[in-house]
Design a protein. Structure first.
Length: 323
């Protein structure tokens, strides 16, 4: 049973996507932010790829994707996937990396080689080992018995080549290709045949894990030392990506390709919510959508299925539903 899915991209990834769209490509930080977005998008694709092999898992289990918990000293840790069964837990770290990956135990790194270069990456075996330690702490802090916790690093890229030094026993036992994941889980179910938790306790633990999840959602402008003034305003054309579209007779018109739309502003307001504020007032809407008329802005806001906060000049409109 999937308790927490990952069918919708994490909000941090959506914030990065909005920032790469709204920040001018001429800005000195655009390339850095675009690369960060690419890296997170690739990782998210790897996590989504786990859905299919995990669908073959049999027996009683509760599955969490992208679970982020806080343990002692207000520190957070995040797991790509957590499988909770009555007899054991399994933390899965998905890696969607192309090329040849050499797991080096001497320096605790992964050396990636592709057509163009060779680079060093953090060792995911160490990463998932740290997650195991923190999950144990979390369970103890919340008065749950610590079940046996297993860890796996799953290569979600079908074209990657996995290699390891002869002495790296952890790599050969804890790193697998994605197509072998169902067999590995079946092996663990045989390794831990005895239930250590009754059904009601398992459900209670799942409820508490979900309750304590806190999604990573920083202010991406502050994170990259940017301000709202750095962003491009207006509506992008959905057909040719021209910026901005013009408001003519209750429609949005692209001056480049003549594409017409009645609701293109929703995408722009979603960018506003992701990057600037989760609520907006009439002057802010006029500035961000680049419309001159207060009445036009009021009409747009009235047609949105959003909650109005306050009255008269102090009124704002929540954009949470757009996220």
């Amino acid at each position: 049973m999937i308790v927490k899915d990952n069918s919708k991209p994490p909000i941090f990834l959506r914030k990065l996507e909005a920032l790469t769209r709204r920040l001018p490509q001429s800005h000195p930080k655009w390339v850095e932010i675009k690369e960060k977005h690419r890296t997170f998008a690739t990782g998210y694709a790897g996590e989504k790829a786990l859905h299919y092999p995990l669908s073959f898992t049999e027996g009683t289990f509760h599955l969490f994707f992208d679970l982020r918990l806080k343990h002692s000293y207000n520190k957070y840790f995040q797991m790509d996937s957590l499988l909770v069964t009555p007899s054991f837990m399994l933390i899965i770290e998905a890696k969607n990396i192309s090329g040849t990956l050499f797991f080096d135990d001497r320096f605790q790194q992964v050396i990636r080689t592709n057509e163009t270069n060779e680079s060093a990456l953090p060792d995911p075996i160490q990463q998932v080992g740290a997650q195991k330690t923190k999950l144990k702490q979390w369970l103890l802090e919340h008065n749950y018995p610590v079940l046996p916790i297993e860890t796996l690093v799953v290569s979600a890229n079908r074209y990657s080549v996995l290699k390891a030094s002869d002495t790296h026993s952890n790599a050969t036992s804890n790193v697998i290709r994605i197509e072998t994941l169902p067999h590995k889980i079946s092996y663990l179910q045989q390794k831990y045949p005895t239930s250590k938790m009754i059904s009601s306790s398992l459900s209670q633990l799942s409820d508490e894990l979900l309750l304590h999840h806190q999604e990573y959602s920083p202010n991406v402008l502050a994170l990259h030392q940017l301000k709202p003034e750095n962003l491009q305003k207006g509506l992008f054309c959905n057909e040719c990506e021209h910026l901005p579209m013009r408001r003519i007779h209750s429609k949005w018109v692209c001056p480049s390709c003549s594409h017409l739309s009645t609701n293109e502003h929703i995408h722009a307001l979603r960018d506003f919510a992701l990057l600037i504020d989760s609520s907006i007032n009439n002057p802010q809407l006029r500035e961000f959508l680049m419309v001159n008329s207060r009445h036009t802005a009021k009409h747009i806001l009235s047609k949105l299925d959003v909650v109005k906060i306050g009255e008269n000049k102090g009124s704002r409109y929540s954009l949470e539903k757009l996220l």
